[in-house]
Design a protein around this ligand. Structure first.
Ligand SMILES: Cc1cc2nc3c(=O)[nH]c(=O)nc-3n(C[C@H](O)[C@H](O)[C@H](O)COP(=O)(O)OP(=O)(O)OC[C@H]3O[C@@H](n4cnc5c(N)ncnc54)[C@H](O)[C@@H]3O)c2cc1C
Length: 419
Protein backbone atom coordinates (compact mmCIF):
# COMPACT_ATOMS: atom_id res chain seq x y z
CA UNK A 1 0.00 0.00 0.00
CA UNK A 2 1.32 3.45 -0.91
CA UNK A 3 1.95 5.76 1.99
CA UNK A 4 1.76 9.52 2.64
CA UNK A 5 3.45 10.66 5.83
CA UNK A 6 2.50 14.02 7.31
CA UNK A 7 4.87 15.61 9.84
CA UNK A 8 2.99 17.78 12.34
CA UNK A 9 -0.67 17.50 13.36
CA UNK A 10 -1.28 21.23 13.82
CA UNK A 11 -3.42 23.33 11.49
CA UNK A 12 -1.87 22.28 8.17
CA UNK A 13 -1.22 18.62 8.94
CA UNK A 14 -4.72 18.04 10.33
CA UNK A 15 -6.48 19.65 7.35
CA UNK A 16 -4.51 17.52 4.89
CA UNK A 17 -4.95 14.29 6.89
CA UNK A 18 -8.71 14.89 6.56
CA UNK A 19 -8.94 15.98 2.94
CA UNK A 20 -6.43 13.46 1.57
CA UNK A 21 -7.97 10.53 3.44
CA UNK A 22 -11.31 11.30 1.76
CA UNK A 23 -9.71 11.42 -1.71
CA UNK A 24 -7.07 8.66 -1.45
CA UNK A 25 -9.08 5.84 0.08
CA UNK A 26 -6.58 3.13 -0.93
CA UNK A 27 -3.52 4.94 0.51
CA UNK A 28 -2.18 4.70 4.01
CA UNK A 29 -1.94 8.12 5.64
CA UNK A 30 0.25 8.48 8.71
CA UNK A 31 0.61 11.66 10.76
CA UNK A 32 3.34 12.25 13.37
CA UNK A 33 3.30 14.75 16.24
CA UNK A 34 5.17 15.00 19.54
CA UNK A 35 2.15 16.56 21.29
CA UNK A 36 -1.20 14.92 22.06
CA UNK A 37 -2.96 18.30 22.27
CA UNK A 38 -3.88 20.69 19.47
CA UNK A 39 -3.69 24.34 20.55
CA UNK A 40 -5.99 26.95 18.96
CA UNK A 41 -3.19 29.51 18.72
CA UNK A 42 -5.32 32.59 17.84
CA UNK A 43 -6.87 32.13 21.33
CA UNK A 44 -3.47 32.76 22.95
CA UNK A 45 -3.96 36.47 22.26
CA UNK A 46 -7.09 36.56 24.45
CA UNK A 47 -5.96 34.33 27.36
CA UNK A 48 -3.85 37.06 29.06
CA UNK A 49 -6.88 39.39 29.12
CA UNK A 50 -9.34 36.71 30.33
CA UNK A 51 -11.66 37.46 27.43
CA UNK A 52 -14.92 35.51 27.90
CA UNK A 53 -14.32 31.92 26.74
CA UNK A 54 -10.52 32.31 26.85
CA UNK A 55 -9.44 31.88 30.45
CA UNK A 56 -8.15 28.36 30.87
CA UNK A 57 -5.93 25.95 28.94
CA UNK A 58 -9.00 23.86 28.17
CA UNK A 59 -10.59 26.84 26.43
CA UNK A 60 -8.01 26.65 23.63
CA UNK A 61 -6.93 23.00 23.46
CA UNK A 62 -8.45 19.75 22.23
CA UNK A 63 -6.97 16.28 21.73
CA UNK A 64 -5.22 15.99 18.35
CA UNK A 65 -6.94 12.65 17.66
CA UNK A 66 -10.41 14.16 17.91
CA UNK A 67 -9.85 15.95 14.58
CA UNK A 68 -8.26 13.05 12.71
CA UNK A 69 -10.29 10.48 10.73
CA UNK A 70 -10.29 6.94 12.19
CA UNK A 71 -8.37 5.49 9.26
CA UNK A 72 -5.47 7.96 9.58
CA UNK A 73 -2.65 6.48 11.66
CA UNK A 74 -1.49 8.87 14.42
CA UNK A 75 2.08 8.32 15.60
CA UNK A 76 2.79 10.14 18.86
CA UNK A 77 6.53 10.76 18.47
CA UNK A 78 9.28 13.32 17.97
CA UNK A 79 10.51 13.72 14.38
CA UNK A 80 14.29 13.33 14.61
CA UNK A 81 15.45 13.23 11.01
CA UNK A 82 14.31 13.12 7.39
CA UNK A 83 16.38 10.99 5.00
CA UNK A 84 14.93 12.33 1.77
CA UNK A 85 17.29 10.30 -0.43
CA UNK A 86 15.91 7.07 1.11
CA UNK A 87 12.28 8.28 1.66
CA UNK A 88 12.48 7.61 5.40
CA UNK A 89 11.63 9.62 8.51
CA UNK A 90 13.41 8.86 11.74
CA UNK A 91 11.19 9.34 14.81
CA UNK A 92 11.41 8.55 18.50
CA UNK A 93 9.00 5.68 17.75
CA UNK A 94 11.11 4.24 14.92
CA UNK A 95 11.66 4.64 11.19
CA UNK A 96 8.70 5.43 8.96
CA UNK A 97 8.96 5.01 5.20
CA UNK A 98 6.97 7.12 2.76
CA UNK A 99 6.11 7.57 -0.90
CA UNK A 100 5.15 11.22 -0.38
CA UNK A 101 6.06 13.41 2.59
CA UNK A 102 4.24 16.54 3.78
CA UNK A 103 6.02 18.82 6.24
CA UNK A 104 3.80 20.92 8.54
CA UNK A 105 5.95 21.23 11.68
CA UNK A 106 5.18 24.90 12.37
CA UNK A 107 7.65 27.22 14.09
CA UNK A 108 8.37 28.21 17.68
CA UNK A 109 9.84 31.03 19.77
CA UNK A 110 13.49 31.04 20.83
CA UNK A 111 14.18 33.38 23.81
CA UNK A 112 17.79 32.07 23.91
CA UNK A 113 18.49 34.09 20.76
CA UNK A 114 18.36 37.41 22.65
CA UNK A 115 21.01 38.16 25.27
CA UNK A 116 19.52 38.39 28.76
CA UNK A 117 16.03 37.32 27.67
CA UNK A 118 16.19 33.77 29.13
CA UNK A 119 17.04 35.27 32.56
CA UNK A 120 14.09 37.67 32.31
CA UNK A 121 11.50 35.14 31.08
CA UNK A 122 8.84 34.44 33.68
CA UNK A 123 10.14 37.30 35.84
CA UNK A 124 9.97 40.75 34.24
CA UNK A 125 9.35 39.34 30.74
CA UNK A 126 6.44 37.22 29.45
CA UNK A 127 5.23 35.97 26.08
CA UNK A 128 1.78 34.98 24.84
CA UNK A 129 3.22 33.02 21.88
CA UNK A 130 3.05 29.74 23.84
CA UNK A 131 0.22 28.32 25.94
CA UNK A 132 2.37 28.29 29.11
CA UNK A 133 3.46 31.86 28.34
CA UNK A 134 -0.08 33.09 27.78
CA UNK A 135 -1.20 31.58 31.14
CA UNK A 136 1.75 33.19 32.95
CA UNK A 137 1.07 36.55 31.30
CA UNK A 138 -2.55 36.31 32.47
CA UNK A 139 -1.27 36.16 36.07
CA UNK A 140 1.21 39.00 35.47
CA UNK A 141 -1.57 41.23 34.09
CA UNK A 142 -3.89 40.32 36.99
CA UNK A 143 -1.34 41.85 39.34
CA UNK A 144 -0.28 44.81 37.18
CA UNK A 145 -1.48 48.06 38.75
CA UNK A 146 0.62 50.79 37.11
CA UNK A 147 3.68 51.41 34.97
CA UNK A 148 4.90 50.73 31.45
CA UNK A 149 3.81 47.64 29.49
CA UNK A 150 6.22 47.23 26.60
CA UNK A 151 5.51 44.86 23.71
CA UNK A 152 8.77 44.03 21.99
CA UNK A 153 9.09 42.22 18.65
CA UNK A 154 12.63 40.83 18.44
CA UNK A 155 12.84 40.21 14.69
CA UNK A 156 10.81 39.25 11.63
CA UNK A 157 9.43 36.91 10.42
CA UNK A 158 7.06 36.02 13.26
CA UNK A 159 3.90 33.98 13.07
CA UNK A 160 0.74 36.06 12.94
CA UNK A 161 2.47 39.42 12.38
CA UNK A 162 -0.71 41.27 13.46
CA UNK A 163 -0.81 39.63 16.92
CA UNK A 164 1.57 42.22 18.52
CA UNK A 165 -0.55 45.20 17.44
CA UNK A 166 -3.69 43.32 18.54
CA UNK A 167 -2.04 42.77 21.91
CA UNK A 168 -1.43 46.48 22.56
CA UNK A 169 -4.97 47.35 21.35
CA UNK A 170 -6.37 44.72 23.73
CA UNK A 171 -4.16 46.00 26.56
CA UNK A 172 -5.64 49.48 26.09
CA UNK A 173 -9.16 47.99 26.29
CA UNK A 174 -8.29 45.79 29.27
CA UNK A 175 -6.77 48.55 31.40
CA UNK A 176 -9.63 50.89 30.46
CA UNK A 177 -12.17 48.32 31.71
CA UNK A 178 -10.12 47.89 34.89
CA UNK A 179 -10.28 51.66 35.41
CA UNK A 180 -6.48 52.11 35.52
CA UNK A 181 -5.68 53.07 31.90
CA UNK A 182 -4.33 56.49 32.92
CA UNK A 183 -1.77 54.80 35.20
CA UNK A 184 -0.47 52.48 32.46
CA UNK A 185 1.77 53.41 29.53
CA UNK A 186 1.54 51.07 26.54
CA UNK A 187 4.37 50.88 24.00
CA UNK A 188 5.13 48.73 20.95
CA UNK A 189 8.83 48.42 20.13
CA UNK A 190 9.45 46.95 16.69
CA UNK A 191 12.21 46.41 14.13
CA UNK A 192 9.68 47.45 11.45
CA UNK A 193 9.02 51.04 10.35
CA UNK A 194 5.60 50.98 12.04
CA UNK A 195 2.73 48.81 13.23
CA UNK A 196 2.77 46.35 10.29
CA UNK A 197 4.90 45.09 7.42
CA UNK A 198 3.08 46.86 4.55
CA UNK A 199 2.60 50.66 4.08
CA UNK A 200 -1.19 51.16 3.68
CA UNK A 201 -2.08 48.94 6.67
CA UNK A 202 0.80 50.40 8.69
CA UNK A 203 -0.63 53.90 8.18
CA UNK A 204 -4.14 52.84 9.29
CA UNK A 205 -2.88 50.89 12.32
CA UNK A 206 -0.45 53.66 13.38
CA UNK A 207 -3.38 56.12 13.40
CA UNK A 208 -5.55 53.80 15.51
CA UNK A 209 -2.64 53.30 17.95
CA UNK A 210 -2.11 57.06 18.24
CA UNK A 211 -5.85 57.51 18.95
CA UNK A 212 -5.53 55.03 21.82
CA UNK A 213 -2.42 56.74 23.23
CA UNK A 214 -0.20 53.77 22.38
CA UNK A 215 3.37 54.72 21.52
CA UNK A 216 5.04 52.91 18.62
CA UNK A 217 8.84 52.88 18.64
CA UNK A 218 9.97 51.77 15.15
CA UNK A 219 13.33 50.58 13.72
CA UNK A 220 14.48 49.01 17.00
CA UNK A 221 16.73 45.97 16.55
CA UNK A 222 16.89 44.39 19.98
CA UNK A 223 20.36 43.39 21.22
CA UNK A 224 19.70 42.58 24.88
CA UNK A 225 17.34 42.57 27.84
CA UNK A 226 18.41 43.48 31.38
CA UNK A 227 16.13 41.80 33.93
CA UNK A 228 17.61 43.73 36.88
CA UNK A 229 17.39 47.20 35.34
CA UNK A 230 14.22 46.32 33.39
CA UNK A 231 15.57 47.72 30.13
CA UNK A 232 15.83 46.62 26.51
CA UNK A 233 18.72 47.84 24.38
CA UNK A 234 19.25 47.93 20.62
CA UNK A 235 22.35 47.26 18.54
CA UNK A 236 22.56 50.99 17.80
CA UNK A 237 22.73 51.83 21.52
CA UNK A 238 19.13 52.95 22.21
CA UNK A 239 17.70 51.80 25.55
CA UNK A 240 14.15 51.83 26.95
CA UNK A 241 12.81 51.07 30.43
CA UNK A 242 9.83 48.84 31.07
CA UNK A 243 7.86 47.51 34.02
CA UNK A 244 6.40 44.51 32.20
CA UNK A 245 8.02 43.26 29.00
CA UNK A 246 5.75 41.31 26.67
CA UNK A 247 8.19 39.76 24.25
CA UNK A 248 7.80 38.09 20.87
CA UNK A 249 11.18 36.29 20.79
CA UNK A 250 12.72 35.32 17.43
CA UNK A 251 10.61 32.69 15.66
CA UNK A 252 12.56 29.71 14.39
CA UNK A 253 11.66 26.71 12.27
CA UNK A 254 12.24 23.15 13.48
CA UNK A 255 15.94 22.24 13.71
CA UNK A 256 15.21 18.87 12.11
CA UNK A 257 14.47 20.66 8.82
CA UNK A 258 17.94 22.25 8.69
CA UNK A 259 19.63 19.11 10.01
CA UNK A 260 18.05 17.11 7.19
CA UNK A 261 19.39 19.49 4.53
CA UNK A 262 15.95 20.84 3.66
CA UNK A 263 16.12 24.26 5.37
CA UNK A 264 17.34 27.83 4.94
CA UNK A 265 19.52 27.88 8.09
CA UNK A 266 16.73 29.28 10.32
CA UNK A 267 14.73 26.05 10.30
CA UNK A 268 12.40 27.10 7.47
CA UNK A 269 12.09 24.66 4.57
CA UNK A 270 13.24 25.89 1.16
CA UNK A 271 9.89 25.86 -0.61
CA UNK A 272 8.75 26.73 -4.12
CA UNK A 273 6.39 29.71 -3.52
CA UNK A 274 3.91 28.68 -6.23
CA UNK A 275 3.70 24.87 -6.11
CA UNK A 276 4.68 24.52 -2.41
CA UNK A 277 7.06 21.69 -3.24
CA UNK A 278 10.34 21.40 -1.38
CA UNK A 279 13.19 22.85 -3.44
CA UNK A 280 15.37 20.00 -2.18
CA UNK A 281 13.31 16.84 -2.75
CA UNK A 282 10.84 15.93 -5.46
CA UNK A 283 8.38 13.96 -3.33
CA UNK A 284 8.05 16.45 -0.45
CA UNK A 285 5.41 19.19 -0.07
CA UNK A 286 5.61 21.91 2.58
CA UNK A 287 2.93 24.14 4.11
CA UNK A 288 2.27 26.41 7.06
CA UNK A 289 4.71 28.19 9.35
CA UNK A 290 7.67 25.93 8.48
CA UNK A 291 7.94 27.17 4.86
CA UNK A 292 10.21 30.02 3.77
CA UNK A 293 7.66 31.50 1.34
CA UNK A 294 7.38 35.30 1.60
CA UNK A 295 3.88 35.66 3.03
CA UNK A 296 2.47 35.80 6.58
CA UNK A 297 2.86 32.81 8.84
CA UNK A 298 -0.84 32.45 9.63
CA UNK A 299 -3.52 29.82 9.99
CA UNK A 300 -5.43 31.30 7.05
CA UNK A 301 -2.33 31.00 4.85
CA UNK A 302 -1.84 27.41 6.04
CA UNK A 303 -5.46 26.63 5.14
CA UNK A 304 -5.12 28.11 1.62
CA UNK A 305 -1.80 26.32 1.16
CA UNK A 306 -3.45 23.02 2.18
CA UNK A 307 -5.84 23.36 -0.76
CA UNK A 308 -2.95 23.96 -3.17
CA UNK A 309 -0.88 21.07 -1.74
CA UNK A 310 -3.87 18.74 -1.92
CA UNK A 311 -4.55 19.64 -5.57
CA UNK A 312 -0.88 19.37 -6.62
CA UNK A 313 -0.29 16.12 -4.80
CA UNK A 314 -3.39 14.54 -6.38
CA UNK A 315 -2.18 15.80 -9.77
CA UNK A 316 1.23 14.23 -9.31
CA UNK A 317 -0.20 10.96 -8.06
CA UNK A 318 -2.30 10.74 -11.24
CA UNK A 319 0.75 11.45 -13.41
CA UNK A 320 0.24 15.17 -14.07
CA UNK A 321 2.55 18.09 -13.23
CA UNK A 322 1.98 20.38 -10.23
CA UNK A 323 0.69 23.90 -10.97
CA UNK A 324 2.32 26.97 -9.32
CA UNK A 325 -1.06 28.30 -8.18
CA UNK A 326 -0.26 29.65 -4.72
CA UNK A 327 -0.21 33.47 -4.66
CA UNK A 328 0.62 34.04 -0.96
CA UNK A 329 -3.05 34.63 -0.02
CA UNK A 330 -3.47 35.71 3.60
CA UNK A 331 -6.60 36.81 5.44
CA UNK A 332 -6.65 38.00 9.07
CA UNK A 333 -8.94 39.72 11.50
CA UNK A 334 -7.19 42.32 13.67
CA UNK A 335 -8.89 42.74 17.06
CA UNK A 336 -8.77 46.39 18.10
CA UNK A 337 -10.62 46.29 21.45
CA UNK A 338 -14.00 47.71 22.57
CA UNK A 339 -15.83 45.04 20.53
CA UNK A 340 -14.30 45.99 17.17
CA UNK A 341 -11.86 44.49 14.69
CA UNK A 342 -10.37 45.13 11.28
CA UNK A 343 -9.89 42.62 8.46
CA UNK A 344 -6.99 42.38 6.01
CA UNK A 345 -6.78 40.31 2.82
CA UNK A 346 -3.59 40.27 0.73
CA UNK A 347 -1.06 38.15 -1.17
CA UNK A 348 2.56 38.16 -2.41
CA UNK A 349 1.86 41.08 -4.77
CA UNK A 350 -1.07 43.02 -3.33
CA UNK A 351 -0.74 44.56 0.13
CA UNK A 352 -3.75 44.89 2.50
CA UNK A 353 -6.09 47.54 1.05
CA UNK A 354 -9.35 49.15 2.18
CA UNK A 355 -12.66 47.92 0.75
CA UNK A 356 -15.18 45.18 1.43
CA UNK A 357 -14.89 41.40 1.73
CA UNK A 358 -15.61 38.93 0.24
CA UNK A 359 -17.90 40.79 -2.14
CA UNK A 360 -17.64 44.24 -3.70
CA UNK A 361 -19.85 46.83 -1.88
CA UNK A 362 -22.01 44.09 -0.24
CA UNK A 363 -19.22 42.82 2.03
CA UNK A 364 -20.44 42.04 4.62
CA UNK A 365 -16.96 42.46 6.16
CA UNK A 366 -14.97 45.72 5.86
CA UNK A 367 -11.29 45.73 4.96
CA UNK A 368 -8.85 47.86 6.96
CA UNK A 369 -11.69 49.42 8.95
CA UNK A 370 -12.80 48.87 12.54
CA UNK A 371 -16.29 47.33 12.67
CA UNK A 372 -18.35 45.27 15.10
CA UNK A 373 -19.09 42.66 12.43
CA UNK A 374 -15.34 42.04 11.97
CA UNK A 375 -15.09 41.49 15.74
CA UNK A 376 -17.90 38.92 15.63
CA UNK A 377 -16.15 37.30 12.69
CA UNK A 378 -12.98 37.00 14.76
CA UNK A 379 -14.83 35.47 17.72
CA UNK A 380 -16.84 33.07 15.52
CA UNK A 381 -13.61 31.85 13.98
CA UNK A 382 -12.87 29.61 16.97
CA UNK A 383 -15.88 27.37 16.26
CA UNK A 384 -15.22 27.58 12.52
CA UNK A 385 -11.64 26.41 13.20
CA UNK A 386 -12.54 23.40 15.34
CA UNK A 387 -15.58 22.29 13.38
CA UNK A 388 -14.99 23.20 9.73
CA UNK A 389 -11.43 24.30 9.03
CA UNK A 390 -9.49 21.42 10.61
CA UNK A 391 -11.71 18.80 9.01
CA UNK A 392 -11.33 20.45 5.60
CA UNK A 393 -14.99 21.42 5.31
CA UNK A 394 -14.64 25.22 5.16
CA UNK A 395 -16.23 26.37 1.90
CA UNK A 396 -13.75 27.97 -0.52
CA UNK A 397 -15.11 30.00 -3.46
CA UNK A 398 -16.60 32.61 -3.24
CA UNK A 399 -16.27 33.00 0.57
CA UNK A 400 -12.64 32.04 1.11
CA UNK A 401 -10.90 31.15 -2.14
CA UNK A 402 -7.36 29.76 -1.82
CA UNK A 403 -6.08 32.52 -4.11
CA UNK A 404 -6.87 36.18 -3.48
CA UNK A 405 -9.71 37.99 -5.25
CA UNK A 406 -9.44 41.69 -6.20
CA UNK A 407 -13.23 41.99 -5.84
CA UNK A 408 -14.06 44.70 -3.30
CA UNK A 409 -10.51 46.09 -3.02
CA UNK A 410 -10.14 49.89 -3.20
CA UNK A 411 -7.05 50.48 -5.34
CA UNK A 412 -6.98 54.28 -4.98
CA UNK A 413 -4.34 54.23 -2.21
CA UNK A 414 -2.19 51.49 -3.69
CA UNK A 415 1.28 52.26 -5.03
CA UNK A 416 2.66 48.79 -5.88
CA UNK A 417 6.27 50.00 -6.21
CA UNK A 418 6.18 51.01 -2.51
CA UNK A 419 4.59 47.75 -1.34
C1 LIG B 1 -0.52 34.29 19.54
C2 LIG B 1 -0.88 33.79 18.18
C3 LIG B 1 -1.99 34.28 17.55
C4 LIG B 1 -2.33 33.85 16.27
N1 LIG B 1 -3.45 34.36 15.68
C5 LIG B 1 -3.78 33.97 14.42
C6 LIG B 1 -4.93 34.50 13.77
O1 LIG B 1 -5.68 35.31 14.35
N2 LIG B 1 -5.20 34.10 12.51
C7 LIG B 1 -4.40 33.21 11.84
O2 LIG B 1 -4.68 32.89 10.69
N3 LIG B 1 -3.30 32.68 12.44
C8 LIG B 1 -2.97 33.04 13.70
N4 LIG B 1 -1.86 32.50 14.31
C9 LIG B 1 -0.96 31.62 13.54
C10 LIG B 1 -1.48 30.20 13.37
O3 LIG B 1 -1.81 29.64 14.61
C11 LIG B 1 -0.37 29.39 12.71
O4 LIG B 1 0.07 30.07 11.55
C12 LIG B 1 -0.85 28.00 12.28
O5 LIG B 1 -1.23 27.25 13.41
C13 LIG B 1 0.25 27.27 11.50
O6 LIG B 1 -0.09 25.95 11.26
P1 LIG B 1 1.05 24.86 11.05
O7 LIG B 1 0.33 23.61 10.71
O8 LIG B 1 2.07 25.38 10.12
O9 LIG B 1 1.79 24.74 12.47
P2 LIG B 1 1.19 24.35 13.88
O10 LIG B 1 -0.30 24.47 13.89
O11 LIG B 1 1.96 25.14 14.87
O12 LIG B 1 1.54 22.79 14.02
C14 LIG B 1 2.84 22.29 14.08
C15 LIG B 1 2.79 20.92 14.75
O13 LIG B 1 4.06 20.29 14.61
C16 LIG B 1 4.39 19.65 15.83
N5 LIG B 1 5.86 19.50 15.87
C17 LIG B 1 6.78 20.48 15.75
N6 LIG B 1 8.03 19.97 15.78
C18 LIG B 1 7.88 18.63 15.90
C19 LIG B 1 8.81 17.54 15.95
N7 LIG B 1 10.12 17.71 15.84
N8 LIG B 1 8.33 16.29 16.06
C20 LIG B 1 6.98 16.06 16.12
N9 LIG B 1 6.06 17.05 16.07
C21 LIG B 1 6.51 18.32 15.96
C22 LIG B 1 3.82 20.53 16.91
O14 LIG B 1 3.58 19.82 18.11
C23 LIG B 1 2.51 21.02 16.24
O15 LIG B 1 1.40 20.20 16.58
C24 LIG B 1 -1.52 32.88 15.61
C25 LIG B 1 -0.39 32.37 16.26
C26 LIG B 1 -0.07 32.80 17.54
C27 LIG B 1 1.15 32.24 18.22
Amino acid sequence: MKRIVILGAGTGGTILANTLSRKLTDWQITIVDNSKQHVYQPGLLFIPFRLHGYETREDVTKPIKRHLPEKVEFVSAQVLGIDHAANKVQTSAGIIEYDWLIMALGCSVDPEAVEGLPEAMGKTAQTFYTLEGAMALQKALDGFKEGRVMLSIAEMPIKCPVAPIEFVFMADYYFTLKGIRERVEIELVTPLTGAFTKPVATHVLNEIAAGKNIKIRPNFDIASVDNEKKTISSFSGESFEYDLLVTIPPNVGPEVIDDSGLGNGAGFALTHPGTLKSKKADNIYVLGDNTDVPTSKAGSVTHFEAEIVEANLLREISGQSPIPDFDGHSNCFIESGFGKALLIDFNYEVEPLPGSFPLSKVGPFSLLKETRLNHWGKLAFKQVYWNLLLTGHLPGDPLLPATMSMDGKDLSQWHPHHG
